[in-house]
Design a protein around this ligand. Sequence first.
Ligand SMILES: Cc1ncc(COP(=O)(O)O)c(C=O)c1O
Length: 386
Amino acid sequence: MKPSGNPLLFTPGPVSVSPRALAAGSRPMIHHRTPEFHALLENVVEKMKRLFGTTSDVLLVHTTGRGSMEGALRNLFSPGEKLLCICNGLFGHMYAEIAEACDLEVQKIFTDWLGPVITDQIDTVLGQDPSIKGVTVIHSDTSTAVINSVAEIGDIVRRHDRLLVVDCISSLGAIEFKFDDWKVDAAITASQKGLMSPTGISFVAVSQRAWAAAEKAAKPGYYVDFKNIKKFYDEKRETPGSTPVSLVASVNEALEMLFEEGLPNVYRRHRILATAIQHSAQAMGLTLLPRGDVVRSHSVTLVQAPEGVAPAAIRQMAREKYGLLIASGLGDFKETALRIGHLGMITTREALLMVAALELILFELGVVKKPGSGLAAFHACLANAG
Ligand SMILES: Cc1ncc(COP(=O)(O)O)c(C=O)c1O
């Protein structure tokens, strides 16, 4: 018998939604211009501030992540102004494309997906070019499974008195983020990843410096107008337009789950399981990408498919035999690599299942000669983690 029901999602978003978040989202509709909704929105926004690590404003925006990525640029900068975009991955490049679509002048840096980000170079470029108004960077680039050091970049960008815009869409809720301490000016996340909720809404943290910039932005646009969204929140605890109330309710419940677990425990769980999955993959003979000494994400792992095996074949077996959905590589990695998502509602149970299934698949494909080494590595990691 084949596994029935929806496959378990080992994709780096959307992730499996917790039954609690699903139930919260399916309660009878409340109207978005009522005291019940006002209380719900305030609750979510206050929790999101804690998650972002900020005492500044957090805006709820009715779009997926990219809408808020674009909104942040339109609200902080004016057409013709110059941005430095750190492009070490598909989403880094995507942010540069979004900036171009906003008629900003874009200077790309670190355009190699697998290359390092050398912070001294950012320092040099900003020092040489005072016309650069801001910098974009992806915290956890979901295409390369690498973490960029927002703390280090934030120090440099602030020293040069520019604005730092960070996409933490595939990290927030899984990996610690410190908006205020890291000197970030705008950070964007979305509901379908670390927030363990259905896709559809996003959140933006906005610093006081960003608000000062927003006063001068020439074309903020209409739908994602930060000042208008803030006004609605400050004056009425509402959002402009018809709010996707059910999604807000889901996110509120998922956030409650994160705080019940305790944020340090949430980050520890993701770190331990990510490390265990990465060690297991290596023990099974798989190569982690990018090769070498990089800071790997705790929300997704990129592995090269074994010589002569199409990643699509592994993904198909995982889905059909074990009911597990693994993501394909992106861009140049589409035909050669797999992305194993491990964020959100992942526990040791799910991670074990994934490693065991992968090992059986690789055994069946003749890649692993004697199954067991992947699981042994997994157990060793857990034992070492205490
Ligand atoms: C790092 C990162 N940035 C941006 C996006 C795009 O967000 P959305 O699909 O919510 O518009 C994604 C989605 O996978 C992502 O992982």
